[in-house]
Design a protein around this ligand. Structure first.
Ligand SMILES: *[C@@H]1O[C@H](CO)[C@@H](O)[C@H](O)[C@H]1NC(C)=O
Ligand SMILES: *[C@@H]1O[C@H](CO)[C@@H](O)[C@H](O)[C@H]1NC(C)=O
Length: 320
């Protein structure tokens, strides 16, 4: 009863101030908005108790996530459990028949197979929010394997330059906490087409991190964009070198927003929801204000230089 009246009080307080904007939700199985976006938060058990871990805005028509948002702080540096694959649909009536079947591998079409090295038979089932930052608990790891957090991804790009972006973004948490959004670009990969079983492939992936620079005390937003077209070259060939250079290059929020078509408001919503929803139970100090994350569209030369140097400290796996 206490709980119910608290909830009613909270809902009442919200609605008396302003209408609830579309896309706000702490439900694990919310209604889909008229524009086809289903928004939900995945909660998990952790050393801090039950916490909201991943905020997702999911496109039920394209069957692809638009954004997957998390908060990185010291909890994400704890590595207590191993990675255990468990690709599966989110159990939610709203999303029945509206998820890609990520339980199966995402097989390459015949034409696509001829474009890549023989070692690859499938698109990678690419995580938006990755596994490694969630190794503080088995439930945390598990939560990253819901299909609405997965999209078909160019396999070499995922394992090499995109892995570098993921690893470096997490590694920065040793110096400062951040909000991190990972998204798919608005356009489909029309050059390579859908997967063998007709799953939609996004044309690119992106990641943005928003944090307060510990030296200047200024809020910064730094982004990365990863093309998702198949590359055919082998070893240290030019296609892979070019893909590595473009994927690991730090960029401005504006460059990312330019890839989102009519959906830039969902990126704005993701920053605001990160602050509103994901801070619960974390006790994180030193986070930026979400409104400032929304407003910082450009990136200074000094911040680009800082990230460029930091990216170079990544140790790639031997076969990259
Ligand atoms: C992971 O999710 C599955 C449901 O798909 C569940 O059966 C299992 O208990 C979960 N494991 C953990 C450690 O939470
Ligand atoms: C493939 O998927 C698209 C949606 O992405 C759908 O419109 C089309 O009918 C599907 N084609 C087949 C052969 O299933």
């Amino acid at each position: 009863m206490v709980r119910l009246s608290l909830i009613l009080f909270f809902v009442g307080a919200l609605s008396s101030r302003a209408p609830i904007t579309l896309g706000q939700s702490t439900d694990t199985c919310a209604l889909t908005n008229p524009d086809g976006i289903n928004t939900f938060t995945v909660r998990v058990g952790s050393p801090l108790g039950n916490i909201p871990l991943i905020h997702i805005q999911y496109d039920v028509n394209r069957k692809l996530p638009v954004t997957s948002t998390v908060l990185y702080d010291n909890l994400n540096l704890v590595q207590n459990v191993e990675r255990v694959d468990n690709f599966r649909n989110l159990e939610c009536g709203q999303l029945t028949n509206k998820q890609q079947n990520c339980g199966n591998t995402m097989r390459l079409s015949v034409a696509q197979k001829s474009k890549v090295n023989s070692e690859y038979n499938s698109w990678d089932r690419g995580h938006l929010t990755p596994v490694n930052p969630m190794r503080f608990s088995a439930e945390g790891v598990n939560a990253t394997y819901y299909c609405p957090n997965i999209a078909p991804q160019e396999p070499w790009t995922n394992r090499c330059p995109w892995y570098a972006v993921e690893e470096r973004t997490l590694s920065r948490t040793k110096s400062f906490p951040s909000y991190v959004i990972t998204g798919t670009c608005a356009s489909d990969n029309a050059v390579d087409g859908n997967t063998y079983y007709n799953l939609t492939v996004p044309d690119c992936f992106w990641k943005m991190t928003c944090y307060v620079d510990p030296t200047t005390k200024e809020t910064q937003v730094v982004g990365f964009i990863s093309e998702n077209r198949l590359i055919s070259s082998t070893g240290k060939d030019s296609g892979r070198l070019a893909r590595t250079a473009s994927t690991t290059m730090p960029r401005s929020q504006l460059e990312v927003l330019n890839l989102m078509g009519a959906r830039t408001s969902l990126v704005e919503n993701a920053w605001l929801e990160a602050e509103r929803v994901l801070t619960e139970g974390r006790g994180t100090t030193g986070l930026p204000s979400a409104a400032t994350c929304v407003s910082i569209k450009d990136v200074s030369a000094a911040t680009l230089a800082d990230w460029t140097a930091f990216m170079k400290l990544h140790k790639p796996p031997f076969d990259c």
